[in-house]
Design a protein around this ligand. Structure first.
Ligand SMILES: O=P(O)(O)OC[C@H]1O[C@](O)(CO)[C@@H](O)[C@@H]1O
Length: 542
């Protein structure tokens, strides 16, 4: 049966009944005790990564119902429509075709245009990388949201693949401290600015670009130099030209902002890691696209993750999910995922505009491990909320060619510690520590005067806290491409079941409009007609 929303499927009610009967009390520890092959049953090999779902509150009957729910919602036909370029972004009347950007030459939609755009962008990136000829030592990428987070996250993750002597900087915030901090150590003659904005109307980006240009000219450069030192990436080439930028790498309206790192918006990535590595990034993502398109739902990694998200959000009522990448290079991944997931699925009406009676996007948050362990993991282990955690571990480190000898041995040892920490955290979340165990334990730092029973209650852990572990062999352009595409498709799966448009972002418009109205008041001091709080704050600022 085909329904446009998950709650219209009979399996929605069946899932609720199943949750009430057994799902609520599901204990992962018991599941491991009774299912000898639980790890094998609940792990999946997908391109470039291995997914261990076994520490989640899931069993075969639950998955079966979730799969039936997905089929009722037409997940496969919705996926096929997305990949075929149907206008699935209903409210903007657009196709959503980031997958076409990573299809091999000759395959995929718009292939000719995509390959031409890619080749031009990569050729330019290579010319910048030829620092002896280009004279460029620093590239400042100016953009925000989807025109910043993806490139910044990928460049950070692939540091080991970057070229010495060519530094990438990312400026996004309208707060001038961001640009000022970056410009402090730069020289105008050796700096290239890339102004990235799909619409080329974004306040933050245009303000930073104007200030960057003013700094450039004030440093003794001529107007004629601007052409060589400022380029743009945008789907609004006319606006970029009107802004005074001669060279713009264009792209299409069917590339959503938060899905745009695969397009010319990825220029800083290509400058950082080179054309060949950029193509590997695309190839890794394409491999995941193929997995998503052709693997049966029950073994399809993004589908399984998406179904688990629905199970946790709509039945268990978990309000957030924490992402813990155990690789310092992935420290910006949580921020990137916040836009990908929360801008995509932070919606409250269905495709017909009807208010939804169920929850959609969870809060997504996190920090690189092991740092997070010393900040918020206390709450994950003993707090009152259950928050599923997603661990990302990388088997082999790659510190770069400068790491040799004793340092290499020391850092390899640190990597073992990192992996042990990662495994230990998911183990501790699941295992917990019973009151009885805590009672029998000696804790050297514990109070000697407090009753042991009271102490044991403070020192016990409930356990049964769910987690997923994603394992990558190495953090390479290819594996990172696959990882990002996995997340993109998982977000799509959730949106498809929830019956929402995952590809618009009207929710950010109101704040933008009000900001434009407030801006002159900060100069003229007029607080007339404002609400009491905003008027009061304005007067305090002035
Ligand atoms: O690339 P642009 O057009 O400057 O937009 C930047 C970002 O602003 C948003 O429109 C809203 O925050 C995002 O969707 C987008 O990624």
């Amino acid at each position: 049966m085909g329904v446009s929303r998950c709650d219209q499927s009979p399996h929605w009610a069946l899932l609720q009944a199943h949750f009430n009967a057994s799902g609520r009390d599901f204990d992962v520890r018991q599941a491991f005790a009774t299912e000898a092959d639980r790890f094998a049953q609940w792990s999946v090999a997908a391109p470039e990564l291995f997914l261990d779902l076994s520490k989640n509150r899931i069993d075969a009957p639950t998955l079966d119902l979730l799969l039936q729910l997905a089929r009722d919602c037409g997940l496969e036909s919705q996926r096929d429509a997305l990949l075929a370029g149907a206008p699935v972004n209903l409210t903007e009347g657009r196709a959503v075709l980031h997958t076409a950007l990573r299809a091999p030459a000759g395959a995929g939609l718009h292939s000719e245009a995509v390959q031409a755009s890619l080749s031009a962008m990569l050729a330019y990136a290579e010319s910048v990388r030829d620092t002896a000829r280009s004279g460029i030592t620093d590239v400042v990428h100016i953009g925000i949201g989807g025109s910043d987070l993806g490139p910044a996250m990928v460049v950070g993750a692939l540091q080991a693949y970057t070229q010495p002597g060519l530094r990438l900087h990312f400026v996004s915030n309208v707060d001038g401290h961001d640009l000022a901090g970056v410009l402090r150590d730069l020289q105008a003659p050796t700096t290239l600015f890339v102004v990235a904005s799909k619409t080329f109307t974004t306040q933050e980006t245009l303000a930073n670009a104007l200030s960057a240009k003013a700094w450039f000219l004030a440093a003794g450069m001529r107007q004629a130099d601007v052409a060589r030192h400022f380029v743009a990436t945008s789907s609004n080439t006319a606006a970029a030209a009107a802004f005074g930028i001669e060279t713009t790498f264009g792209f299409w309206d069917w590339v959503g902002g938060r899905y745009s790192l695969w397009s010319v918006i990825g220029l800083p990535i290509a400058i950082a890691i080179g054309a060949e590595n950029f193509r590997s990034l695309l190839a890794g993502a394409h491999a995941m696209d193929e997995h998503f398109a052709h693997t049966p739902l029950a073994r399809n990694a993004p589908v399984l993750l998406g179904l688990l998200d629905v199970w946790y959000r709509n039945f268990h009522g978990f309000t957030s999910r924490s992402v813990a990448p155990y690789h310092q290079g992935l420290k910006r991944l949580p921020a990137y995922l916040q836009q990908l997931e929360m801008e995509s699925n932070g919606k409250r009406v269905d495709l017909q505009g009807q208010v939804l009676p169920y929850a959609t996007s969870p809060v997504v948050w996190g920090e690189a491990g092991s740092n997070g362990q010393h900040a918020y993991f206390q709450m994950l282990h003993q707090g009152t909320d259950v928050i599923p955690v997603e661990f990302i571990a990388v088997k082999k480190p790659n510190f770069g060619p400068h790491v040799q000898g004793e340092l290499a041995r020391g850092l390899a040892d640190q990597h073992q510690k990192l992996l042990a920490n990662c495994l230990a955290q998911s183990q501790a979340l699941m295992q917990g520590k019973s009151y009885e165990e805590a009672l029998t334990e000696q804790a050297p730092t514990a109070s000697k005067t407090l009753a042991p029973e009271v102490l044991a209650r403070h020192r016990s852990f409930p356990g049964n806290r769910p987690s997923t572990t994603m394992l990558l062999d190495a953090l390479s352009p290819r594996s990172l491409g696959a990882l990002i595409a996995l997340y993109e498709h998982r977000v799509f799966v959730c949106g498809a079941l929830w019956g929402i448009n995952s590809f618009d972002q009207w929710g950010v418009e109101l704040g933008k409009a009000l900001c434009n109205k407030l801006l002159p008041r900060l100069s003229n001091g007029d607080a007339g007609g404002l609400d009491g709080s905003t008027a009061g704050l304005l007067q305090k600022i002035l």
